[in-house]
Write a protein that binds this ligand. Structure first.
Ligand code: HEM
Length: 270
């Protein structure tokens, strides 16, 4: 049996769509409207900052012929650093640099009780090894492609400092859980630093924060690990990338070029 259909309820007047006036342009669809809104907002910022010029200068560039996957290792290292920064901020929300048991307890709390704590801690711990491996691979790529030669020597030196700072991050981070392993391993590491010529003893004194290894050492390592070195790495990555954008990347060594190999054989990828 066919059921009778009920009449539709009336639509309130303010929700009724008005029919287009004859000859009026068609109304934009919601998706188009959203895109227009985005463009308007970007234009508003650009009019006041002229940022788009700098962005275009940085992003749209010619790259040499033969550019390959090995050229992505620098960006991969940068991504690893960003991931460390983000996971590190979340860990810092729960971590306590307290040598009298508080640090160990806060790490135990993160691992066992905090929502997704073990996952974020795992990402940070494994991510540190990933970053070290990537930075070495990236350095090997630039070395074997001869990218350290004129005019990129300064970028090689900045890279060298970035490598050292990455190792300092690993060294200072290792102490933070303040368990038996990290405690004794760091004592060994600080003592090795102390054997260095001339500056060695001063360096180990500085790292310990005095003659004894203890509470000051932990807070000192924490400050170095979460503020001093990440800030320096971020600033140096900025300088590193500025020079990459300014000088362009080196063509692979197996490509013949017409001059010194810097700007010939460019392939427009824009
Ligand atoms: C935190 C560590 C580092 C980051 C985030 C980083 C990032 C990058 C990026 C994104 C590029 C451009 C793309 C590429 O060629 O891969 C680059 C290029 C370069 N990097 Fe690094 N880098 C780091 C460490 C190093 C180290 C340790 C060295 C060497 C000691 C180095 C030397 C260079 C050189 C010479 C270039 C220019 C490459 C060329 O002209 O072909 N970088 N870096």
């Amino acid at each position: 049996m066919k059921l009778p259909t009920l009449p539709k309820p009336p639509v309130p007047k303010r929700f009724q769509t008005k029919p287009d006036r004859p000859g009026a342009p068609p109304k934009p669809k919601p998706l188009e409207q959203a895109r227009e809104a985005g463009i308007t907002a970007a234009d508003w910022v650009d009019e006041r900052t002229s940022l788009s010029g700098g962005l275009r200068w940085m992003m749209f560039r010619k790259v040499p012929k033969g550019t390959n996957w090995f050229y992505t290792l620098g960006s991969a290292t940068m991504f690893a650093f960003l991931s460390q920064a983000v996971t590190g901020v979340f860990l810092a929300m729960y971590y306590r640099p307290d040598a009298a048991g508080g640090a160990y307890e806060s790490v135990r709390h993160i691992t066992n009780e905090v929502f997704l704590g073990e996952f974020v801690r795992g990402m940070h711990k494994w991510g540190s090894s990933v970053m070290v491996i990537l930075v070495f691979l990236h350095m090997a790529r630039t070395f074997f492609f001869g990218a350290y030669k004129y005019p990129r020597e300064l970028n090689w030196v900045i890279g060298g400092v970035l490598l050292i700072l990455t190792m300092v991050m690993s060294f200072t981070g290792y102490l933070l859980p303040f368990d038996q392993r990290s405690y004794w391993a760091t004592i060994v590491g600080v003592n090795i630093n102390g054997t260095g010529p001339v500056v060695g003893p001063y360096l180990s004194d500085f790292l310990r924060g005095g003659a004894e290894f203890g509470a000051t050492t932990l807070s000192r390592f924490y400050a170095i690990h979460m503020m001093m070195i990440p800030g320096a790495i971020a600033a140096l990555i900025g300088a590193h990338l500025y020079l990459v954008a300014r000088l362009g990347t080196t063509a692979p060594p197996w490509l013949k070029s017409n001059d010194n190999g810097n700007d010939t054989d460019m392939q427009d990828r824009v």
